[in-house]
Design a protein around this ligand. Structure first.
Ligand code: FAD
Length: 293
């Protein structure tokens, strides 16, 4: 089913997974076990990331196909990056054959060293969306509560979000954030500019001190003072830190739902147990506030 149709009826609960970094059946079957675990949590869709350089292109489509085969809705990420139109056609046709209906169109992260023509064919996500429009997918795109790292201002980034909507995006999923105020500002300012498609907040549960460092380096998200204090105190015990990280994610989700978010997308880092612990703590919120009208 198309995600825009689901969103027109109810709030969505969704998870992100990434294809194995190493080749091989063992890695893939480990991921499929994770996906089987996520299925127990009744998500509306599961998204599958795609290497910026097309490196795990094969694995990505295969994983999306597996998600579809077990009766769940996949959201296949596609990055324009250095791909040629024929690379994109090959992938899109594969997804159509696998009956995948939803894609997240992205430019992809640029490598540290890249030449001016790195994204020659698809310089931006909106160019990829325009190209993909012939396939009839329901398309989503990425957005950034604190502005994209390459944008001079939030407002120039918002102008570009508008282009993504005009090029066919039916919904957005946000970059992770730890201060909900940035999400509310984004939604408010986007609405003022006439962007009225659902903006699904992306939540990354903090489960270890190591992943916090990586997250900050990757996306530059602000860590609010309360969370910074908790990290400092609880990082002395990995079990306590995990508990606090999960509770913080639960708090963020409760606040987002109370203020009208159209759903929640959880970055699982391929851990079904992490997702399950969060969903268990939110059982009644999900039962009551995610049901169809
Ligand atoms: P763009 O939309 O092209 O934006 C990049 C920059 O260009 C921004 O500063 C924007 O303001 C500007 N811009 C956008 N459109 C235009 C335009 N038409 N003209 C001029 N400037 C413009 N990366 C991966 O490699 N694989 C993944 O699977 C993946 N999944 C992601 C999922 C989510 C939910 C999010 C939030 C990010 C994901 N990323 C992924 C990371 C993403 O690829 C990077 O953040 C990348 O740097 C930007 O991608 P984009 O699609 O937002 O690019």
């Amino acid at each position: 089913m198309r995600i825009d149709e689901i969103l027109s009826r109810k709030r969505t609960l969704s998870f992100e997974v990434f294809p194995p970094k190493k080749d091989g059946e063992e890695e893939l079957s480990k991921l499929y076990k994770t996906i089987d675990g996520l299925k127990e949590l009744n998500p509306d869709f599961i998204s599958v990331t795609y290497g910026a350089s097309g490196s795990n292109a094969r694995g990505s489509a295969e994983v999306a196909g597996y998600i579809k085969s077990i009766g769940l809705e996949p959201l296949a990420h596609i990055t324009g990056g250095p791909s040629t139109p024929s690379d994109i056609d090959a992938l899109a046709k594969k997804l159509v054959n696998l009956k995948v209906e939803n894609v997240l169109a992205l430019r992809g992260d640029r490598p540290v060293e890249y030449s001016e023509d790195y994204c020659k064919h698809f310089p931006h996500a909106s160019d990829l969306e325009e190209y993909l429009s012939k396939y009839g997918f329901c398309m989503g795109a990425a957005c950034y509560p604190e502005g994209h790292i390459e944008s001079d201002t939030l407002y120039s980034d918002l102008e570009n979000l508008k282009k993504k909507v005009e090029s066919g995006a039916a919904f957005f999923i946000t970059q992770m954030f730890f201060d909900n105020a940035y999400y509310y500002r984004l939604v408010h300012e986007a609405k003022k500019m006439g962007i009225d498609i659902p903006i699904i907040p992306g939540i990354m549960p903090l489960t270890g001190v190591k992943n916090l460092g990586r997250i900050k380096a990757m996306c530059g998200s602000t860590v609010p003072i309360e969370l910074r204090n908790m990290i400092e105190v609880y990082s002395k015990s990995s079990a306590a830190f995990r508990e606090v990280g999960l509770n913080y994610a639960v708090y963020q989700i409760c606040d987002l739902i109370a203020k009208g978010a159209p759903g929640v997308h959880i970055y699982t880092m391929n851990r079904a147990d992490t997702a399950a612990e969060i969903i268990l703590r939110l059982k009644n919120v999900i039962n009551e506030f995610f049901k169809a009208d």
